[in-house]
Design a protein around this ligand. Structure first.
Ligand code: SF4
Length: 267
């Protein structure tokens, strides 16, 4: 099984090698790792990403079909009637602040970019409701411009892997950008976030059933017993993820399933 002691990479070169090996291994676990927010245009992704702050992607995806049907352009967000907009996005939480961001975003896009979402990081980060994380999500998925998305999962995992000791998201982004080929920035981010949501949870990571255990200095942070750990793996890919570590189907822990921000997988 996967138990062993792995030391953290001690030099920049060792961190780069470790990052690339983890990237290769992540591709085995999550060959397909699409953006988990539903969208068809850069504007829809920008809106969905703003709504995803402090909210699960699954909840955002429940709200956006009606929202996108009601507001089809930046100009329509700019001219939105606040009470109606707030009601549509209320289930995502912080709906007053988010409504303000969406109305201001629509206005800024109309004023400065002819209603279009720009595909440049330096311009995106000036938009209402946008930070680097939001900007990199939109760049990577709506414009195919590589970007590293440092959300709570990404930061936790790359620190567990010993790839950075930083907690500031910009410094984390810089560290990983120096370790990974630019073309892999977006897909490495997506797969890392998938792993964080499905296997390497903040509380009780599934170490004993983790296909990255042989590369991970934080092995043992969660249960190492394979049968126990297997119950903590969640999401639609769980049978595939368990097969990678030679574990057969095991019922998922209902608490882990309820806590996870992932589509329901096999029980
Ligand atoms: S689940 Fe455990 S072994 Fe796997 S990446 Fe997370 S901390 Fe490391």
């Amino acid at each position: 099984m996967v138990a062993r002691t792995i030391t953290a990479p001690a030099t920049p070169l060792a961190r780069t090698r470790r990052a690339r090996r983890i990237g290769q291994r992540l591709a085995d676990g999550f060959p397909q790792a699409p953006c988990e927010l539903d969208f068809t245009t850069p504007l829809e992704l920008a809106v969905a990403t703003i709504l995803s702050a402090q909210c699960t992607d699954a909840r955002v995806n429940q709200v956006t079909p009606a929202l996108f049907a009601r507001y089809r352009s930046a100009a329509e967000y700019a001219g939105a009637e606040r009470a109606e907009l707030e009601e549509l996005i209320r289930p995502t939480g912080f709906f007053r602040n988010k409504a303000s961001s969406l109305i201001k975003l629509g206005g800024a896009l109309v004023e400065r970019y002819d209603g279009e979402v720009p595909g440049v990081l330096e311009e995106l980060v000036t938009l209402p409701g946008f930070g680097r994380k939001t900007a990199n999500v939109v760049l990577g998925h709506a414009f195919d411009v590589p970007g590293i998305t440092v959300d709570t999962h990404f930061g936790r995992l790359v620190r567990r892997w010993g790839l950075t000791g930083e907690t500031d998201p910009v410094k984390v982004e810089q560290d990983l950008a120096g370790q990974l080929p630019r073309a892999e920035w977006t897909v490495f981010s997506d797969r890392t976030i998938y792993h964080g949501r499905r296997v390497c949870h903040a509380k009780r990571p599934a170490c004993g059933a983790c296909f990255l255990a042989s590369l991970c200095p934080a092995y043992g942070t969660g249960p190492t017993d394979p049968e126990v750990a297997a119950t903590l793996v969640v999401g639609p890919e769980r049978e595939h993820l368990l097969a990678l570590v030679d574990l057969g189907p095991v019922p998922a822990d209902p608490v882990a399933r309820a806590r996870a921000d992932v589509p329901a997988g096999p029980a």
